[in-house]
Ligand binder design. Sequence first.
Ligand code: MRU
Length: 343
Amino acid sequence: MLPESIIWKNGELLLLDQRELPFEVRYAACRSAEDVAVAIKNMTVRGAPAIGAAAAYGLAMAAVSEDFERSAQTLLESRPTAVNLSWAVDRMRRLYHENTGLPGKELFRLLEAEAVKIHKEDIEINRKIGFFGQQLLPGAGTVITHCNAGALATAGYGTALGVFRAASEAGKKIKIYADETRPRLQGARLTAFELFADGFDVTVITDSMAAFLMSRRKIDAVVTGADRIAANGDTANKIGTYSLAVSAHFHSVPFYIAAPLSTFDIKCASGADIPIEHRDGSEVREICGARVLPDEIDVWNPSFDVTPAELITGIITERGVIRAPFAGRIKELLTEGAVANEK
Ligand code: MRU
């Protein structure tokens, strides 16, 4: 059975150490917001919704024993691209400031309950994304996904992988190609592990094989997650997503993003406004600890890229599937709570 990515137990946060998967299942214990920020930065926990939930628990711990605002700031700075992190931090911050008059223990209980709510809500949201997303897939088909937008990247079930789970629950037979996802190999180490554990027909390819695969086999859809979606639909996700979308467009393969509404950021008018995390060059210089490049050769290591809205066929949310032109529908979904399933 797939191990849980986040466990809250007796006031302590246990994070499945995703750097060790698939060969070791080990949990790292976090006892402060500071510990959580370190775990987010070093990618013990990763995936947009998972880091949001972990940060929420971090702030529950900070409510009694740490400088709350400083902890919130440290968490916000731990990774810049996934907006779910600031979404969760802002939600916890609001509650904290509305209730600072409460005795310490009560304040902690209140923030703890909110963090549990953020965590549990995420599973429900993913099931709804799965419900809408699976309707886009045929009864028997083949898909490609990138990075890991599964149970490991969320509180459970997953966004993109939730779509495949829901399809399977609906009796559909879906074959999945998982891009290995250089440099950190989340596709090979996490997605393949997760899907295999759940009995899916999963095959790993290197990122550079996707276009050729599309030219040789019928691919029914590409489905990936997202870290931040701008007001016009431009979407930041793991580096390599953009190339996959370009290849899908060239081969007329529908390209879908699966993401909760907490991943939208209408303060970013377009993808140009989304902050892109650049990580240490050692991630490119080494593959699983083995050096493949000498230090004197430069590397460029953006952790995310931006797929322009025009390459996206649809965005699958917990309120339904939205299609181009995205801007108006995104605004409605976020500001008016409109229910839309434009399948
Ligand atoms: O650097 P990571 O592993 O945190 O990147 C994760 C992704 O890009 C996921 O696709 C995204 O966060 C969505 S997870 C439901």
